[in-house]
Design a protein around this ligand. Structure first.
Ligand code: NAD
Ligand code: MG
Length: 396
């Protein structure tokens, strides 16, 4: 075996980003090898992946599924070691033999193992935006102390990273940057009459016009909460003040984001809407590798259009702006309330238009506390979830 290959742990390998990551890795067996793969509960897919990629560790978050996973691995003739729960996730995020950690768990559940990877000085490919939203300060500090590097995988942040001068040391002024412009497709309901928003079903919300993604981020894209979370993500990643961050609706999802400079220049990254491009970029940076992506043909795309977002139609975007401006525990509250609301919508308990209503009410009712450590994050997260569950019964 070629020992110069970079060793990878994929947190959340059975999800949309996890699958795309494995797709890119499979194209480069000479560059990368898989050390550990993890899933919440999809045993058959996890076992299949471990066998295909020769993983040394298989982590299942749901501890009651350990026996099933052992059996499934046996059936594939795979002798990966089985680990479970948060401990298992944290262990494979910081293994000495792992060079690269793809953080692709969805939601706040991804925070602890991603922080662990930061402390252990790994190269982190960050898809799990919720980690930065709820613990940006802690994450950036842990990275510095651990000597870790973060490469953004979220397509907008990857585009911004590519449009900034390298190396970027976290000082936008020094780099001559005036504004960062995050593009947003506007999701599937950009043109839907507002009075029809209450009738939207989970299936409709999960059918994104340009991207094929996990269910939670699909709903977030439909409410534009995804763009709100991405504002806060950009705030931490690029050390940007709220007034330096702008959102622009661009329905074709070809320009993935832009950076506007003092001299009037605007740099952008363009490409097909396929997450394998930012994943391949982050994996290989500063090299460029084949990602299996269709080439962009602007003549066949024809039109690129733009407009300002309508906060009246998408209140979640306004809520995220306020949470970002307010800081302290508000982004944690915003994210936790949103996770509960999206889950409730997906399971048919609340209407689509109640997602923003629920988040807003939880934010109104929550205490503002300073965030110093992980316990503070967990406390604010739990408090917001508790308020959200109580309120949900009343507004559903
Ligand atoms: P997904 O739902 O398809 O996959 C999530 C993965 O995390 C699965 O492997 C699942 O088993 C695991 N998981 C879920 N809950 C867990 C828990 N409580 N504990 C441990 N593991 C758990 O989600 P996705 O679309 O791949 O998104 C993953 C992350 O990447 C999200 O934070 C999302 O915002 C971000 N992201 C996704 C895309 C995309 O195109 N899908 C684009 C940009 C950013
Ligand atoms: Mg994105």
């Amino acid at each position: 075996m070629n020992e110069s290959r970079r060793a990878i742990t994929i947190l959340g390998s059975t999800g949309s980003i996890g699958l795309s990551t494995l797709d890119v890795i499979a194209r480069h067996p000479d560059r990368y090898r898989v050390v550990a793969l993890t899933a919440q509960q999809n045993v058959p897919e996890l076992a299949r992946q471990c066998a295909q990629f020769g993983a040394r560790y298989a982590v299942i978050s749901e501890p009651t599924l350990v026996g099933k996973l052992r059996q499934a691995l046996d059936d594939h003739g795979c002798n990966a070691e089985v680990l479970a729960g948060n401990e298992g996730l944290e262990q494979v995020a910081s293994l000495p033999e792992t060079d690269i950690v793809m953080a692709a768990i969805v939601g706040a559940a991804g925070l602890a193992p991603t922080l662990q990877a930061a402390r252990a000085g790994k190269k982190i490919l960050l898809a799990n935006k919720e980690s930065l939203v709820i613990a940006g300060k802690l994450f950036m500090r842990a990275m510095k102390e651990g000597g870790a590097t973060v490469l953004p995988v979220d397509s907008e942040h990857n585009a911004i990273f590519q449009s900034l001068p390298q190396p970027f040391e976290g000082n936008l002024e020094a780099a001559g940057v005036e504004r960062i412009i995050l593009t947003a497709s506007g999701g599937p309901f950009l043109e839907l009459p507002v009075e029809r928003l209450p009738t939207i079903t989970p299936e409709q919300a999960c059918k994104h016009p340009n991207w094929d993604m996990g269910r939670k981020i699909s709903v977030d894209s439909a409410t534009l909460m995804n763009k709100g979370l991405e504002l806060i993500e950009a705030h931490w990643l690029f050390n940007a003040r709220p007034e330096q961050l702008e959102v622009l609706i661009h329905p074709q999802s070809i320009i993935h984001s832009m950076v506007a400079y003092r001299d009037g220049s605007v740099l952008a990254q363009l490409g097909m809407p396929d997450m394998r491009t930012p994943i391949a970029h982050a994996l290989a940076w500063p090299d460029r590798i084949e990602a299996g992506v269709n080439r962009l043909n602007l003549a066949s795309v024809k039109d690129l259009s733009f407009r300002s977002p309508d906060i009246g139609r998408f209140p979640c975007l306004g809520l995220a702006y306020s949470a970002m401006r307010e800081g302290s525990s508000m982004p944690v509250t915003l994210n936790a309330a949103n996770e509960i609301a999206v889950e409730a919508f997906l399971s048919g308990q609340i209407r689509f238009d109640r997602i923003s209503a629920l988040v807003e009410r939880v934010m109104e009712r929550s205490e503002r506390n300073e965030i110093h450590d992980l316990d503070d994050v967990m406390q604010a997260d739990l408090a917001a979830r508790t308020v959200a569950m109580e309120l949900m019964r009343r507004i559903s």
